[in-house]
Write a protein that binds this ligand. Sequence first.
Ligand SMILES: [Cu+2]
Length: 175
Amino acid sequence: MFALKHLQTAGAAALLVAAYCMPAAAADLATAQLKDRSGKAIGDVDLTQTPGGVLLRVSVKGLAPGEHAFHIHAVGKCEAPFDSAGGHFNPGSHKHGIVAGPGHAGDMPNLHVPQSGDLMVEVLNTAITLEKGKPNSVFDADGSALVIHAKADDYRSDPAGNAGDRIACGVVQEK
Ligand SMILES: [Cu+2]
């Protein structure tokens, strides 16, 4: 009796380990092509699922030098002037701003574009996932979009960091 019980427990533990170690069924990789308001491609973002979050590899060309807010928005639709992308991706129903509190899952650090206008940078977003079915998945019913703004995110003003116009947008797509 004792031995049987022990075996059952071991079996359950092994199952748990197997489930934990299994790679995500799909959507380990995603990509978004960024376009400006005229429809011109200005860069790409490659997204990779990691154990600690989603790594975003950002590559942009020809942006105005300076600081630009960079967010994940709630709707995967980029029609200029990009209001179509909705507000920030915010499955946790938090207020905006990484210095104000937990912030939106879609809140990320500003992009600092040098004089050349070209930038390559990587950002780890620990609040989102590419795994479908999870509450913080960017692949929810209406998808998600990456948006670059004209101005910097002040990291505290609700709901959007006082970041100004949306100058580029890209729908997040499975790769
Ligand atoms: Cu935004």
